[in-house]
Design a protein around this ligand. Structure first.
Ligand code: NAP
Length: 293
């Protein structure tokens, strides 16, 4: 097994890279910028812009991976809403370039997708549920999925996940848990929505699941999230309780008051039955991860 990772500077990319280093599995980490992960040897890193089809084809043809885990994406949902062309270029056309390159060397292709493909009315979504994207970002992930689902090559998997959290080196963006851990002890005011429900995912569990899919050459759609669904407000309350931070600076608000450019699904969360049965995926609860930060 030789795994090529895209988006290796991102949170998930760094976690996958770290586990491959520890397990001595050969890999090539690629990302748009220079290597920002001190745990990834420079010899195993290559800069690769997924929007450049020729560059992607050349890197993949040279490395000849057996598997590609495609985590690279434009991930800021509001930035996608404000720049739909840039979002499409990275999330749809970029995915097309990487998937084409995978096909040309016979590599298994794994696409990272999102709970935002759903409209958030039902919650506890299974892999068979109908998608209903509410935003430009969500639509771009649906379109990327369809490149695979409507194609003739079935050597792929799609991994949908939800609020990924954890720590990594030099991240370009924060996540809910890092924000809470920074703001709460300082008593900074935090406006937190109580009408969106999610099953946050410990990044190490998700990375394990992505590698497991490679090991099993698993195909089709997999839902990999944390095991429990809570409101965002409840999630931040759990962080506060664990570290003994006061919650007086925590303000419970409705999503509508934020006036965010992109619409969010009110309630997601996943049915993990397939992942448990086929991958032996048993993710940690929030409480089981907080002492690991
Ligand atoms: N984080 C979540 O809560 C969440 C939830 C649901 C789904 N997902 C999906 O899971 C995947 C991984 O998420 P993440 O949180 O690890 O993302 P992330 O931390 O935002 O990292 C994404 C990485 O993509 C890379 N990238 C962006 N444009 C690129 C380009 N043109 N060419 C090559 N690389 C490019 C960036 O590389 P550089 O840093 O080198 O520029 C960045 O490090 C994404 O596909 C995301 O949509 C994430």
């Amino acid at each position: 097994m030789k795994i090529l990772i895209t988006g290796a500077n991102g949170l998930l990319g760094q976690k996958i890279t770290g586990q491959l280093v520890k397990r001595n599995i050969p890999f090539l980490a690629t990302s748009n910028g220079a290597n920002r992960n001190p745990d990834c040897p420079d010899a195993d890193y290559k800069t690769m812009n997924i929007c450049n089809a020729a560059e992607v084809a050349a890197v993949v043809a040279t490395y000849q991976p057996t598997h590609i885990i495609h985590t690279a994406a434009m991930t800021n949902v509001d930035a996608c809403e404000l720049n739909p062309e840039a979002c499409r270029e990275v999330n749809v056309e970029g995915t097309r370039h990487v998937a084409d390159a995978a096909r040309s060397v016979g590599a298994h292709f794994q696409l990272l997708s999102t709970d935002f493909v759903f409209d958030g009315e039902k919650g506890n979504y299974s892999e068979e549920d109908e998608v209903g994207p509410l935003s430009v970002y969500a639509q771009s992930k649906v379109d990327a999925e369809e490149l695979l689902l409507k194609g003739t090559d079935h050597n792929f998997s799609i991994v949908r996940t939800i609020i990924v959290y954890g720590t990594a080196h030099n991240l370009s963006r924060s996540n809910l848990f890092l924000w809470a851990r920074e703001a709460l002890p300082k008593g900074e005011q935090m406006n937190v929505v109580d009408d969106q429900f999610r099953a946050p995912t410990w990044a190490d569990d998700l990375a394990w699941g992505c590698i497991r899919i490679c090991e099993l050459n698993a195909t089709g759609i997999y839902h990999l999230s944390g095991p429990e669904t809570y409101s965002i407000f409840e999630i931040v309350q759990k962080v506060a309780a664990h570290y003994g931070y006061g919650t007086r600076s925590l303000n419970r608000i409705a999503s509508a008051t934020l006036n965010q450019p992109a619409k969010r699904p009110p309630k997601t969360g996943f049915d993990l039955t397939k992942a448990k049965n086929k991958l032996n995926y048993h993710p940690k609860t929030i409480e089981e991860t907080l002492h690991l930060f």
